[in-house]
Design a protein around this ligand. Structure first.
Ligand code: FAD
Ligand code: UDP
Length: 373
């Protein structure tokens, strides 16, 4: 008899499994339908020995000391600040997020102060009474030309929707700067796990109370293995048999290539905002990991409607549908819903860890160790 069945061995599932086994001494069965642990953060060495990410580039960044300290139990870190360039239709490479260098390089200007750059944005910004959509966020800050150059095409490719149809939270993830800071993130902690994500997950799950079975779907375990309670980290609509209809999740197809050259591009990721190409970005792992090798491995991301669920799609009608599933989840005893797919939230890795740790605190406060409720 297991105390817990944890469905999904990604950040949500692994964080909870470790806490339940270590702090409460409970017996935990972790399953994943993929043939590996670590969820979307899974990394592995390819045939050329380059450490790469099967589900696209994952860069760890957080402002939470608690999350950083928690994960530091399972890994050492390599300091890494991610930088992104956008490749424009004319071939120019400019910093993304838009900053002073971007404005100067695009327009052959030489603005030198933040005030000058803010004035440049303000002259072009459109007045929007209430900022609701992902289009509103950008046009109200920098105007239509920069919006169309950097955001409209990229977003239409990534989501299959126009930015006017997406919640403001999506493009709000990317700031606009008047200074020359060209880092993608400004969080206080920005690191890559020194030996990779999969190695970190192995250490999290390496506990005598934890049994891990990969390549196994929930449907193969349900009702066949005895367990008292469940942590569910898969899609919430799947758990309820799509009773209210399917929640939209956006997918990606990844093209991984190992090239017989030392470097492919000047930084970790180059974004392709234009609709003249069908992909959104190309990432080169050696920039992230610091690995030294004669060859290099890159991943190109092609957005897709069908495939593994990677992104919840933030827009009002989807939030309303999720609320119906959330109400069902709240009314389901002994099952805890955690993570990006199970709570339909566009969360980064650190936010999922924070959510899992908060769930653990709620379990501690309400569920006696080992006993059935
Ligand atoms: P997942 O990692 O998706 O894990 C859920 C697991 O559950 C999966 O392994 C799945 O196989 C399993 N599962 C689902 N249903 C079942 C079932 N029925 N039976 C058995 N197993 C099941 N975040 C960052 O912080 N920084 C980044 O740079 C970053 N880059 C990203 C790039 C891409 C392309 C994507 C898609 C995401 C990125 N993220 C990034 C987000 C990050 O991947 C997620 O926040 C995190 O992986 C979510 O963890 P999770 O445990 O909630 O879900
Ligand atoms: N975005 C864009 N152009 C860019 C980068 C981002 O339009 O060059 C928009 C796009 O809608 C994207 C969102 O901003 O989905 C969030 O970008 P982020 O890089 O955070 O996406 P993720 O890494 O989660 O895929």
């Amino acid at each position: 008899m297991f105390d817990w069945l944890v469905v999904g061995a990604g950040f949500a599932g692994a964080t909870l499994a470790e806490r339940l086994a270590t702090v409460r001494g409970e017996r935990v069965l972790v399953i994943d339908r993929r043939d590996h642990i670590a969820g979307n953060a899974y990394d592995e060495q390819d045939a050329a020995g380059i450490l790469m990410h099967r589900y696209g580039p994952h860069i760890f960044h957080t402002n939470s000391d608690a999350v950083f300290e928690h994960l530091s139990r399972f890994t050492k870190w390599r300091a890494y600040e991610h930088r992104v360039l956008a490749k424009l239709a004319d071939g120019k490479l400019v910093p993304m997020p838009i900053n002073r260098t971007t404005v100067n390089r695009m327009n052959d200007l030489s603005l030198t102060t933040e005030e000058e750059v803010e004035a440049f944005f303000n002259e072009r910004a459109e007045k929007v009474d209430e900022i609701r959509s992902s289009e509103d966020v950008v046009v109200s800050r920098v105007g239509r030309h920069l919006y169309e150059t950097f955001f409209r095409g990229y977003t239409r490719k990534q989501w299959g929707l126009d930015p006017s149809e997406l919640d403001k939270s999506v493009t709000s993830r990317v700031p606009t700067r008047a200074n020359t800071d060209d880092r993608y993130f400004t969080d206080t902690h920005q690191f890559m796990p020194l030996d990779g994500y999969t190695a970190m997950f192995k250490r999290m799950l390496d506990h005598p109370n934890i049994t891990v079975i990969t390549g196994t779907d929930y449907s193969a375990i349900k009702g066949k293995v005895p367990y008292r309670r469940t942590i569910w980290t898969g899609p919430v609509d799947e758990f309820f048999g799509f009773e209210h209809g399917k929640l939209p999740y956006r997918s990606l197809t990844f093209k991984h290539e190992t090239l017989d050259q030392e470097w492919y591009q000047p930084c970790g990721t180059v974004n392709y905002p234009g609709e003249e190409v069908p992909f959104t970005r190309i990432s080169e792992y050696k920039h992230l990991t610091g690995q030294v090798a004669d060859k290099t491995t890159i991943t190109t991301e092609f957005p897709a409607a069908e495939g593994d669920p990677y992104y919840p799609v933030p827009r009002p009608e989807n939030a309303a549908l999720y609320k119906r599933y959330e109400a069902m989840a709240d009314a389901t005893p002994d099952v805890w819903f955690v993570g990006r797919l199970a709570t339909y939230r566009y969360y980064n890795m650190d936010q999922v860890v924070a959510q899992a740790l908060a769930t653990f605190r709620r379990i501690e406060a309400s569920v006696p160790v080992g006993a059935a409720e």
